[in-house]
Unconditional design. Structure first.
Length: 405
């Protein structure tokens, strides 16, 4: 008899233990705010199937917050509770929007800040979430030893948030740019190309983004026609950037479309004769075609317009200096026969005159840009051959100041 009573006493206990816990949205939120993410997850998951809460938009809003917390937590135990927490969070936010009555925005109150509601609406929270991943991605590329693949993964999460759970995002261009930079460095070229295209589509206009595409197309993709198309787009988008017209000319020359480049420039110079850059580019093409006399005139014209135009001075010095180098090459191939020795003496005199002729052009180039190495190297060679030891020592000192070995 005692045994039967004991069993009867246990029955009610067994029944009570099997009764499911009633989901409580406020409790789920409180558990999340207390950092008890495992319990919060269990509570909110139950609420999504409980008849009285499954149709409540707040259920899915809180679920989005809780799963976002699972994805961003540093607690490995909590993070392991869901393999796709961020995807679930975004789906939950979308479901919350579908169930929204439209009169008020979802928000939560921070128990530690009684005035926090305005800073904790769903749009603010989702933007904060996207910014979190973006910030992580930026930090990973800024490391002494950058983690480009890790950065890509973080930026992809930021994209997942702002592309799927936000109507607009103020940092979208930055996210695409960082993704392009990391992807290029990680040799994920298709990812980089898509990121730059999205960056441009969203209104991004930094020249560096176009340069990323340019480097990919002339490098690993080996598509100079596409690179030319890109550079021309960059010229339109950034008309004040002088780098892209020169890149266009280089590509036209590489693609054996020199006539196209030259014709366009000649027409442009006629329309705008006071444009130093056009004269410079025309000189660049004439140099490539070995029309050095015309090129010299082009660079001189550019310098008349702007005497401080370093690039024009540099190319002009190269042209003038080439005369001396031609003589030097002739001297270097001579042998030791009496005839060769005689010829060498004759050429030496010519060589000295050519060096003296080139010298002021390189001196001016150094004055315009004292830190550029090419004028220093050329002057060092000229002064050495002319036996000007004082100037040789001066340039050696300058090398040390610039950290040039």
């Amino acid at each position: 008899m005692k045994k039967v009573i004991l069993i009867l006493l246990l029955v009610p206990v067994f029944v009570v233990a099997q009764k499911p816990v009633k989901p409580n949205l406020n409790k789920a939120l409180a558990l999340m705010q207390e950092g008890k993410l495992g319990e919060a997850k269990d509570m909110i998951d139950a609420a999504t199937t409980y008849e009285k809460t499954m149709g409540d938009g707040k259920t899915w809003y809180y679920r989005g917050l809780i799963y976002a917390s699972l994805d961003t937590t540093s607690n490995k135990t909590y993070k392991a509770l869901s393999a796709n927490a961020l995807e679930i969070a975004i789906e939950s936010f979308k479901k919350a929007d579908q169930l929204s009555k439209g009169d008020t925005e979802y928000f939560i109150n921070d128990p530690n800040d009684i005035a926090s509601a305005a800073n904790n609406t769903k749009p603010v929270q989702i933007e904060r979430l996207s910014n979190y991943y973006l910030d992580q991605g930026i930090k990973l590329v800024q490391l002494d030893e950058p983690d480009y693949l890790g950065s890509i993964a973080k930026i992809e999460k930021s994209k997942l948030v702002f592309e799927n759970a936000m109507t607009s995002y103020s940092n979208d261009t930055l996210a695409y740019y960082v993704l392009a930079l990391a992807a290029q460095s990680a040799e994920k070229y298709d990812t980089a190309i898509n990121a730059v295209n999205q960056y441009i589509k969203k209104g991004g206009k930094t020249k560096e983004a176009y340069l990323i595409l340019y480097q990919i197309y002339i490098g690993p993709k080996s598509n100079k026609e596409k690179a030319l198309e890109l550079v021309r787009e960059a010229k339109k988008a950034l008309p004040n950037e002088q780098q892209f017209p020169l890149m266009e000319i280089e590509l036209l020359i590489d693609l054996q479309k020199v006539a196209e480049a030259k014709t366009g420039l000649e027409q442009a110079v006629t329309k705008d004769p006071g444009n130093k850059v056009l004269h410079f580019y025309l000189g660049y093409i004439n140099t490539a075609q070995n029309s050095l006399s015309d090129a010299k005139t082009n660079f001189e014209q550019a310098l008349k317009i702007d005497p401080k135009y370093f690039e024009a001075q540099l190319y002009l010095a190269r042209i003038v200096g080439e005369d001396a180098k031609k003589i030097k090459r002739q001297i270097n191939v001579l042998g030791i026969t009496p005839a060769d020795k005689k010829k060498k003496l004759e050429l030496d005199a010519v060589y000295v005159e050519k060096l003296k002729n080139a010298l002021p052009y390189w001196v001016q180039a150094e004055k315009l840009n004292p830190s550029d190495r090419e004028p220093l190297d050329e002057l060092y060679a000229i002064y050495s051959d002319l036996g000007n030891d004082a100037e040789v020592k001066r340039i050696e000192k300058r090398y040390k100041e610039l950290g040039i070995e």
